[in-house]
Write a protein that binds this ligand. Sequence first.
Ligand code: FDA
Length: 310
Amino acid sequence: MGVMRSLLLRASESRWLRTNVASRPFARRAVRRFMPGETVDTALRAAESLHDRGMLTVLANLGEATSSQAAAEQATRHYCEAIDRIAAAGLASELSVKPTHLGLDLGQDICHRQLTNIVTRAGAAGSFVWIDMEGSRYVDATLALHGSLREQFPHVGICVQAYLYRTADDVAALIARGAAVRLVKGAYAEPPALAFPRKKDVDEAFVRLGKRLLGGDARQAGVRVGFGTHDLQLIARLQDFAEGAGVDPRAYEIQMLYGIRRQDQARLAAAGARVRVLISYGSEWFPWYMRRLAERPANLGFVARSLLPG
Ligand code: FDA
C-alpha cells in the first residue's frame, strides 16, 4: 500500500481531524465533488437528474461507528423517512446502508433490529437495500446479518471485497444462496495476512470473482450482480466475458460513485449497460471522504484548489 494511501486511511479514523477539519468551509467545498449535498433533498434532485439520463441510483446516508443505540435508531428513522420520500418522488432509487451506522459496534441484535425495520419499510415501498461491507473485523457479522435477513426478505443484497482472500469462499456461499451481490475492490486498510497487498492481485481477484458471479451456476441460482468499480479495463473484461457467455448486458449492473467518471457513466448507459450511481449525502462525511481521497491521492489537488476562496 502506498504511503499516501496509508496516511489518508489512517486520517479517516481520526476523531480529531473529523472534528477540526470537517466543519471548515474549504473541506465542505472539496467534498461537493463527490456528494450533491448534505440533505436527502439534494440526493433526490441528483437521482432525478441521473434517471433522466438513463441511469439508476442508490442512496446512502453517510454515517458509521455509531456509539449509542439512540443514534442507531435515529439513523433507522432517517432511512425509513428517506424510503417514503423516494416513493413520493416517484423514483426507483435503492438504498445502501453501513452496519456500524446502524449500531453493529453495540451488538449484532441491535443492528439486526435496525436493518429489519429498514428492509421491511423498503419492501412495502417496492425498494431494495444493499448492505455495505466495512473493515475486515465486521465481515463475519455482516454476512450473518445478511444471511438471516435473506431468509425473510428477497430485496436485500450485500457487498463483498475482492481484496480479501476469504471472499472467494464467501462468494461461493452467496452464489449457492442465489444472493444479490455487489463486488468491489475494498476501501479499508487491511494487513497482508488478510488481503492482497498488490493492486494487480486485487484486480485479478476482482475479475475472477466477477466471472464466477456471471457464470452458469450463479445465473441458475438467480444471483443478482453489480460490479462496483470505476476501473474501465476491468469493466471491459467482464463485459467481454458476459458477452461470450451469452449473458444479457441488462442482466448485471455497473455501479459507480456519484461524481467519479461522470462521462463514462453516461457513455456506458448510452451503450446499453445498466449503470447505477451511488449517491452519498449527509453531514457525517469525513471518514468516507478520506477513503475517496485514499483511492486516488491525486484528488488532493481538488482539496488544494478548494482552499482558494470562491
Ligand atoms: P481503482 O481504485 O483502481 O480506480 C480505477 C480508476 O477509477 C482510477 O484510476 C481513477 O481514474 C478512477 N477512480 C477510482 N476512485 C476514484 C476516486 N476516489 N476519485 C477519482 N477517481 C477515482 N468499498 C468497500 O470496502 N465497501 C463497500 O461497501 C463499498 N461500496 C461501494 C459501492 C460502489 C457503488 C462503489 C463504486 C464502490 C464501493 N466501495 C466500497 C469502494 C471500492 O472498494 C473502491 O475503494 C473504489 O471503488 C475504488 O476502486 P475502483 O474499483 O474504482 O478501482
